[in-house]
Design a protein around this ligand. Structure first.
Ligand code: BGC
Length: 403
């Protein structure tokens, strides 16, 4: 009798699932798991090794990453600093006249590929690279650089991750505290300050004892940093082309929701005009092995800062009459300087042009749950754009899309 009941139940379950499948096909219901997922700014990867998580990236055939060429950017930042030193006057830059160029470094987030790439690019350019992107003098060696025609030794005096007391990474307040401590402890050994983002660089400049006139470099080309270059307070930064990244994030989603497949997903509107006549003006490259679209970086200093002043948007993107779509987008930390002052304004500018209704939810930069708890009502959205708190949290979001 028990066996008979089990058998009846099994037949009933099989029929229900067949029926469900049949009706799903006729009604063409798209499950959340079949919808586009675009990770951006924080690439799914191992926080220790930086290796990209291809299981996450292969979640479905509509999963992509949009960012910028992180390794190339590290090299651009290193070159910017090397070029600056090449034209510097050794008698001015070497503040204590000890014949050595000393610098301090704000790292940002040791578990983030962008941060690792910048530390590597800087240390390689200055010869202090030993194969490690970790903070600490013990992870560096003495390097050298051409300073105004003279080869001088270069040393990293100190470096810190810059984690806030609340656990947030890339923390500008932590940079202010560190700078103030460095200025007291290391005094005029500091000839240069290097930061892996503008938020921390501006944080260093906030230190009341910031050694006046000491060259300082950031990364991101945020509006306040560009103005600081104009005012002679910041020496240089690197643009990771936020407009190209924000548009590419939206354009890939647009393409997938418009039913494009194959190469067209990563070329329409990106390397060639899409059906609405839009095309990102800057170059964005597709790396098939990692399903990543990457914008290019450019160095910004006193010679070209006016080209990067706020307000310059990509004229290649115009209002479309594309069908309206709803996209849920997460931001790992509402307090992140780059995302809040550069990325979100760009998204908010381009999304209406592409007829995308963005719902942006923002986390606290420490706990994944601060984003995940707002990654809800998933059935109401046509696609998802994800910026994780931790680069290895991809599955926490994808798991929620399974059901
Ligand atoms: C930016 C940082 C930012 C981080 C957030 C990086 O690409 O350069 O300024 O804090 O992204 O993930």
């Amino acid at each position: 009798m028990k066996k008979f009941v089990v058998a009846i139940l099994l037949v009933a379950m099989a029929c229900t699932s067949l029926f469900a499948q049949g009706s799903a096909e006729t009604a063409a219901i798209v499950t959340n798991a079949q919808k586009p997922v675009v990770f951006f700014n924080r690439q799914p990867s191992d926080p220790v090794t930086g290796v990209i998580d291809m299981e996450v990236m292969n979640w479905n055939d509509k999963t992509y990453y949009v960012g910028f060429d992180a390794a190339g950017g590290g090299a651009v930042q290193g070159q910017l600093i090397v070029d600056f030193l090449a034209t510097a006057d050794p008698a001015v830059i070497d503040r204590n006249g000890d014949g050595v160029i000393g610098y301090v470094l704000c790292i940002g987030d040791v578990g983030h590929n962008d941060s690792k790439a910048r530390t590597q690019g800087i240390r390689e350019a200055l010869g202090t690279w030993t194969g490690s992107t970790d903070p600490g003098v013990e992870n560096t060696q003495q390097g050298s650089a051409n300073v105004g025609g003279t080869t001088m030794p270069v040393v990293e005096l100190d470096s810190r991750a810059m984690t806030g007391t609340d656990g947030t990474t890339w923390n500008a307040n932590a940079a202010t505290d560190a700078m103030s401590n460095w200025a007291t402890r290391l005094g005029d050994q500091i000839d240069m300050v290097i930061s892996n983002n503008d938020g921390m660089a501006m944080g260093c400049l906030q230190a009341s004892n910031y050694p006046e006139g000491v060259p300082i470099f950031g990364y991101d080309a945020n509006a306040d940093a560009i103005e600081a270059i104009g005012a002679g307070r910041l020496t240089g930064t690197v643009s990771q082309n936020v407009d190209a990244q924000a548009t590419a994030t939206l354009q890939v989603i647009r393409n997938l929701l418009d039913g494009l497949t194959g190469d067209a997903v990563v070329t329409a509107g990106i390397t060639e005009p899409d059906q609405y006549g839009n095309k990102i003006s800057a170059s964005v490259d597709y790396v098939a092995e990692t399903k990543a679209l990457l914008a290019q970086n450019t160095g910004v200093n006193a010679s070209n800062w006016t080209e990067y002043q706020a307000g310059a948007r990509d004229a290649g993107i115009k209002q479309t009459d594309a069908p309206e779509k709803n996209v849920l987008l997460t931001i790992y930390n509402s307090g992140d300087n780059f995302l809040s002052s550069s990325y979100i304004p760009a998204l908010n500018y381009y999304a209406p042009l592409l007829n995308i209704n963005l719902t942006i939810v923002q986390g606290d930069g420490q706990n994944e749950s601060s984003c995940l708890d707002r990654f809800t009502n998933l059935g109401n959205f046509d696609a998802y754009a994800i910026n994780m708190v931790k680069t290895n949290s991809g599955w926490d979001y994808l798991d929620k899309l399974q059901y």
